[in-house]
Design a protein around this ligand. Structure first.
Ligand SMILES: [Zn+2]
Ligand SMILES: [Zn+2]
Length: 258
């Protein structure tokens, strides 16, 4: 089982997952060339990918989709309303356009989307199951709902948004409307919210968490990790034993191979 976060943050997101023999990409928010290069460094070709799962239509999640689908004809799955709101829809080859509402089977994987609270048409996170292993992709949401908690429970691997530090956002350079958008219930998750939900949910032993979608203005990897770690430690969990935290980056790959 492998997760490689090729890019993470407001400048673009793309996550490669391999479970068993099945290979999927979650979001294609960086250029096709960067996806080819990032996968190439892992010894993977884009043509090896069984499917692409899109979380929502924001540009930092779909930027590379047009070129990638025209060149490789990979099937792309997302909710119907997300397709309708995607600016590049007309340029995607029709045979690549696939809908996912509640469940698909792809190769040996069961893939179940779950609703998230974000300012997009029908945004989702994904639970990906293979045998008794579970990976959860959960970024781009401003509030933790019961559906999200349920999705995160008892996962082996979680890609979880730690978008901003609340004080850095409050005191930082963004205009007021943008600060409000980010911290709203349909915006992005703070380091503190991420730590609090991890402390609440039922965990498997040695759950691995990749802290993702960091703001470059209002956060940095060491701060996200420290904030989450402090909350987990205060709630009685031992970081590096009960739960293992990993950093991710906007411009370089962060990998987890088990
Ligand atoms: Zn995003
Ligand atoms: Zn978004």
């Amino acid at each position: 089982m492998q997760i490689h976060i090729l890019a993470s943050g407001s400048t673009g997101n793309a996550v490669f997952v391999q479970m068993g023999q099945t290979k999927v990409l979650i979001d294609a928010g960086i250029s096709n060339r960067r996806i080819e290069k990032g996968l190439g460094e892992l010894g993977i070709k884009v043509s090896d990918i069984d499917g692409i799962l899109i979380t929502h239509e924001h540009i930092d999640h779909v930027k590379g989709l047009e070129v990638l689908t025209r060149k490789y004809k990979v099937p792309v799955y997302t909710r119907c309303r997300t397709w309708k709101n995607m600016n590049c829809l007309d340029k995607i080859p029709p045979e690549c356009i696939k809908e996912i509402e509640n469940h698909i089977s792809l190769g040996g994987l069961d893939i179940i989307p779950f609703n998230i609270s974000h300012d997009a048409a029908d945004p989702v996170g994904y639970c990906i199951y293979n045998k008794n292993r579970k990976i959860v992709i959960a970024t781009d949401f401003g509030m933790v709902t019961p559906a999200i908690e349920k999705a995160l429970a008892c996962a082996d691997f979680i890609v979880l948004e730690t978008n901003h530090d609340i004080d850095m956002l409050k005191n930082g350079p963004y205009p007021q409307f943008l600060k409000q958008r980010i911290s709203s219930s349909k915006g992005h998750l703070s380091n503190r919210q991420a730590g609090q939900v991890l402390a609440r949910i039922p965990l498997k032993a040695h759950t691995q968490v990749m802290l993702a979608h960091l703001s470059q203005q209002n956060n940095y990897p060491a701060l996200a990790e420290e904030t989450v770690k402090n909350i987990l430690t205060h709630s009685g969990l031992t970081v590096d034993k009960d739960i293992i935290l990993h950093r991710t980056y906007p411009q370089r790959t962060a990998s987890l191979v088990v």
